[in-house]
Write a protein that binds this ligand. Sequence first.
Ligand SMILES: [Ca+2]
Length: 463
Amino acid sequence: MKTIRLIVALVCGIAYPVVAQYPVKFSLEESIAKDPNLGRVPNQRIILFKDHSQGPTEREALVRKAGGETLRHLPSINALVAYFPDGIRAPLDAEPSIHEIVNDDYAELHFIGALAGCAGGESGSEVTNPCPANPGDVSDKEQPWGIQRVRASKAWEKTRGEGAKVCIIDTGIDLTHPDVAPNVRAGKDLSGSTTTTSDITDYVGHGTHVAGTIAAIDDDSGVVGVAPKANLYISKVFGKSGSTSLSAVIAGIEYCTEIEADVINMSLGSSRDNTAMHEAVKAAFHAGAAIIVSAGNSGGSVGFPGAYEEVLGIAASDDSDKIASFSSHGQEVDLIAPGVKVLSTVPTSKGSYAQYNGTSMAAPHVTGLAALVRSAFPNFNNTQVYTLLKETAAKIGLKNEEQGSGLPQACSALGFESAHQSSPHPARSGKPAPRPNPIYPKLSLPVVPAPMNSLQLRQIFGN
Ligand SMILES: [Ca+2]
């Protein structure tokens, strides 16, 4: 029997209640064998259609005939989600217009616990990094350690994220928080927890924390984010708990596509692969968004959508550049970023600032960097953004399945330092099989060119 790890660091003595249960499964197969409905939203199904031969009204009639109620349409994947209180009465599988019926699963925040009352900006023993920090960063109390570690300030003379649209799929945001609210441009509540879509208030704290790491403002007060002038769009899909349905997350992804997001942050996931979620991620990727997803906190394999090829899956490191004990890992990890004792904004009702742990906190560091890259190189497509962040990341001496391509660095990504081609700390283990480049034979828009190689990147940056 595997040990279940419950990571609750009590460094500062006072802990907020953990907002959600984080089922830790070292063997999903074992767990599912015991409970086939594990992680499923009861009686809820996502119905994917083959074509557009039926309109919304006809589809809803079809669902009613089978004993269900349509909850919402998901146009990006040509689907709808429906609730069948007594199971599906009519054999919908035989309906010629239906391609597939899949379960609606739960998605959870990749957040471990919160610490209150802590001072931020602690520095650990950083390994040698070819991308040196600015001398003033350590004494700049507005910069949490993670912001320093990704060398965000190195980019700020070139860009602070101006013009980049970042969509955060999360618990909403505190619109009264002076350190992050000024960057919020719009938002929508798709959690289904209210009858309207206008209340993007963050009742949990997670979304405000993620937003602060991405884009807290530079005002010599509180904290500053990686891209302090990025434009934030709030796609709220969690109500008052740390759990929601995949169909709500898919609706949240659709909102991000609707506002033409340059970067999407998803600090969430499910332990189950799901066709509907994968199709939604593919649709957003093909619409042009760079999609950054936390790897998960199981300490085991990478969750979904973090494991999909169309996204960057992010593991979590601590301030000594070690992988966090809770961080999921595997060959699906693309990058690693600070995810332990991350100081950021939380709702003013929860104390305004707090340190959180989780791969949820790692992903927004990369999202901020992606916003800087998109601002500096607006002609780059999402694949080029991924390639640039990976090729310019610093290896930090971990196994490839822990660090992926390494810890991304704003200075080398933005061309301020020579992109280092060799690792100062070679990986200890054998290299896992490389992930194949995504191939999408069925889809043609937009055209996705082959990722750039190191030579092409050097040609662009002239070094
Ligand atoms: Ca600030």
